[in-house]
Design a protein around this ligand. Structure first.
Ligand SMILES: Cc1cc2nc3c(=O)[nH]c(=O)nc-3n(C[C@H](O)[C@H](O)[C@H](O)COP(=O)(O)OP(=O)(O)OC[C@H]3O[C@@H](n4cnc5c(N)ncnc54)[C@H](O)[C@@H]3O)c2cc1C
Length: 404
């Protein structure tokens, strides 16, 4: 089995459309919302309505949140619809426009990906069209997400949720939050489940918003749960605590979201490379892809090296999505894609600032913004170090207890 290294032909039209949207609708408001932190980008409502319209007409194959569904019922669907490939390609294009704005798109939250991945059919229908944020991180728990302390205790037909979640992307704007909580802390990581909590549920409140280095267009909230009751049908997946399955159920969400974050990094880095090549061109530096880098100027050689690194990230992103579309395990590849693209995204954006000198550092161009925006993509949904740890465990065949 081999994969074609070019962009999948079938999705080029979709990617082209996403690129046009990024260029004409996101870029023009990019700096405005970088400066107006916490202001809601109203312009996105129109865009979200357009995407909803495309989804309803069946014309949209991937602007939104796709899920890594592995159930037998749709075993062959993925090969036909390629939803994950379509998603990573269109998200990369949208992030060529603006990562913070892409993260602020109504109804396209990371919680939507979680629902798409693990909800049963009834839940999929019930939560269709919601905007869901994803709340895992807590004041005392980040990378070690198996140690979360938020609890969900069954009381009659409802779960009662207590705990505090921090750094929730779209935590204020989304109308639902997918919350990770433990059914019974004494049972360890197998007892961690995710729950969909509608925003107006009593006992749930947004406590504050964060000020950040980048992606300022995206809101990042602290959410407190105090005796917050949700119907027991809002638990995603099985309520059974299966020590053999361990953390696998909850972690399956990451197989879907990590390639998406890789796509964000690929798109943002591409933006930096494209602009840098233009600015270098205006300064008289031409980059020749047909001659060895060692025979060209230092600036051209560096750009060629950055482009090669970017290409590696893009291919790993496509591979992780392709595997998901073909119902193959992709945890290793999802982490590889996230690790490579997260690092490359940051390295490329900062190197482009360096290559363009004062213009790179100035607010006259968006390069300095992309250098700030890209850093988060190497942090959330698992940091660089955590992705490397996961890759090492899988390659070496070691458990999380054996290699930490
Ligand atoms: C802008 C923004 C948006 C976010 N959005 C969300 C969201 O929507 N939902 C959500 O749940 N969370 C979100 N997060 C939280 C994010 O996922 C966490 O910041 C991330 O998981 C890291 O956790 P931490 O910050 O507690 O760092 P820590 O886990 O304390 O890590 C600190 C450093 O130590 C390293 N490290 C930790 N453990 C190991 C190890 N075993 N081996 C080697 N190195 C290690 C890490 O890589 C990191 O460099 C967001 C964060 C930010 C900044």
């Amino acid at each position: 089995m081999s994969i074609d290294l070019d962009d999948p032909r079938r999705f080029r039209t979709l990617a082209g459309q996403a690129h046009q949207v990024a260029m004409n609708m996101l870029r023009p408001i990019s700096r405005k919302y970088d400066r107006a932190e916490h202001a809601y980008p109203q312009e996105l409502d129109l865009l979200a309505a357009m995407i909803d319209g495309l989804s309803e007409s069946g014309a949209n194959e991937g602007a939104g949140a796709a899920g890594v569904r592995r159930d037998a019922a749709d075993a062959d669907e993925g090969i036909r619809n390629g939803a994950n490939l379509a998603s990573v390609m269109s998200i990369a294009e949208m992030c060529w426009g603006d990562v913070g704005l892409l993260l602020s798109m109504p109804r396209q939250g990371l919680g939507n990906s979680a629902i798409a991945s693990v909800a049963d059919d009834e839940q999929l229908a019930r939560f269709a069209g919601v905007w869901a944020a994803m709340a895992i991180t807590e004041p005392g728990t980040g990378s070690d997400s198996a140690n979360i302390t938020t609890t969900a205790v069954l009381d009659g037909d409802e779960y009662v949720i207590n705990g505090e979640k921090i750094y929730v992307t779209s935590g204020e704007r989304a109308d639902h939050v997918v919350v990770w909580a433990s059914l019974d802390r004494s049972l360890g990581r197998a007892a961690i489940k995710s729950f969909v909590v509608p925003k107006d549920t009593p006992g749930m409140r947004v406590d504050r918003l964060e000020h950040k280095l980048g992606i300022k267009a995206s809101d990042t909230a602290t959410i407190v749960f105090e005796d917050c009751r949700v119907p027991k049908e809002n638990l995603l997946g099985s309520p059974e605590v299966d020590p053999k399955q361990g953390f696998a159920g909850a972690m399956a969400t990451f197989d879907n979201t990590r390639p998406l974050v890789a796509a964000m990094a690929v798109g943002c880095a591409r933006a930096a490379l494209d602009l840098t090549r233009d600015l270098l061109g205006q300064a008289g530096v031409t980059v020749d892809h047909d001659r060895p880098a060692s025979t060209q100027s230092a600036a051209a050689a560096m750009l060629l090296q950055l482009e090669a690194d970017w290409e590696g990230a893009r291919l790993l992103m496509l591979q992780a999505a392709w595997l998901a579309d073909n119902r193959r395990p992709n945890s290793l590849e999802a982490s590889m894609a996230k690790a490579k693209a997260g690092r490359v995204g940051s390295d490329v954006a900062l190197s482009c600032v360096e290559l363009c000198g004062t213009l790179g550092y100035s607010e006259a161009e968006l390069l300095e913004k992309w250098a700030r925006d890209s850093k988060i993509l190497d942090i959330f949904e698992g940091t660089q170090q955590i992705q490397q740890l996961i890759v090492a465990r899988r390659v070496l065949g070691l458990s999380s207890a054996e290699l930490r």
